[in-house]
Design a protein around this ligand. Sequence first.
Ligand SMILES: Cc1ncc(COP(=O)(O)O)c(C=O)c1O
Length: 404
Amino acid sequence: MEQHNAYDWWQRPDLCYQGGALHFSGRSVQSLAEQFGTPSFVYSGQRIQTNLQRIKQALNDAGLGERHTLYYAMKANRFAPLLTMLKQSGLCGIDACSPNEVEHAVGCGFEAKQISFTATSLSRQDFSTLARYSGLFMDCDSIHAIRAWGKLKPGSEIGIRVNPAMGIGRACNAKLHYAGCDTTKFGIYREQFDEALATTKQYGLRVTKIHFHTGCGYLTPELEQWEQVIKSCLWFVDRAGEIERVNVGGGLGVPHLAEDQPLDLDRWAAVLQRQLGSRDLHIEIEPGDYIVKDAGLLLLGKSFVERKQQTTFVGVDAGFNIAPEPAYYDLPFQPVPLHWDNEPCSAHHVVGNINEALDVWYQNAMLPDLSGEDHLALINAGAYSSSMASNHCMRGQFKEFLLL
Ligand SMILES: Cc1ncc(COP(=O)(O)O)c(C=O)c1O
């Protein structure tokens, strides 16, 4: 039985076993679990900032240092202390996708002019709330949105979210594609683009930005496809005329499995340089996942270990409803014991406390004998977990802590 791979691929200096005890962000995870109780999300402020700095460094090295702005996609994790820390770091603005997100970002210290807004299916009430935030930059994803915003803000500058009919996502996972074979609700297609531009003219709107976000979780093997996506979006840039900024969305992924090839940021930045470098365009990037996912752990209490037929189950005190990505998107969060010193491991199904068949955290997780353990941790729980949590089965309680 192969065991070590389950422990090698995710360890790094700030998340690793030291003397057999799991440490995260300079703390013993056992102490964190005992102090905070479970279920609790813990986020490393240092790791979040390092992730942002790594993107910036790659862009600098590619010669795009002065020509980019990062917007953190707060839909990934909106924990207020985390947002305030980001504001104070000065490393990024905010990508928001609802009026409540805008209000929350402003409440955490961001100014409206530091927010890039890209949403879908906005109501009249949504538009009128957004119009109160002067300086907020609106990317319209439909002709309906252009019309509604044009009525409220005639003569203003906008972006248009486009759909190149081609998408990208981790390991061909269709659930993570926002554009591609099927026609999706996201952005304006080539077929409607002239009508969209004509609509902007009716309201005197100036289109200065083209925005696209075509999928999530892409890693190095998907970079060729990503380059094709950018190329096809340049059609919109040329067609629109006076474009000053291109927003290439988020979607940068992190490994979830031992076999995942991490995203090579230098190659990623080289794609941007190749496709956009020679044009007089400012580049915007709005990652969520890449910034916070691997900076979060979910600490869980172990409820039981029991064999049923040929399978050993480990039950824990929280279910998929507080971190839905594994169940919804087939993006497993590797369970890791709080202690491990090269002991032999065997396969366990780690399951939650919700009465739903899909409430399985991880199948065949290689874990040591857990009889002396009260806890487990799930890695990669920093994004699209607490922000997507529900109170299903009235088991929606969890705590969150930012480690600084
Ligand atoms: C418009 C837009 N921008 C950015 C993001 C962030 O994506 P990710 O967290 O994969 O980087 C999303 C995610 O859904 C999005 O819809």
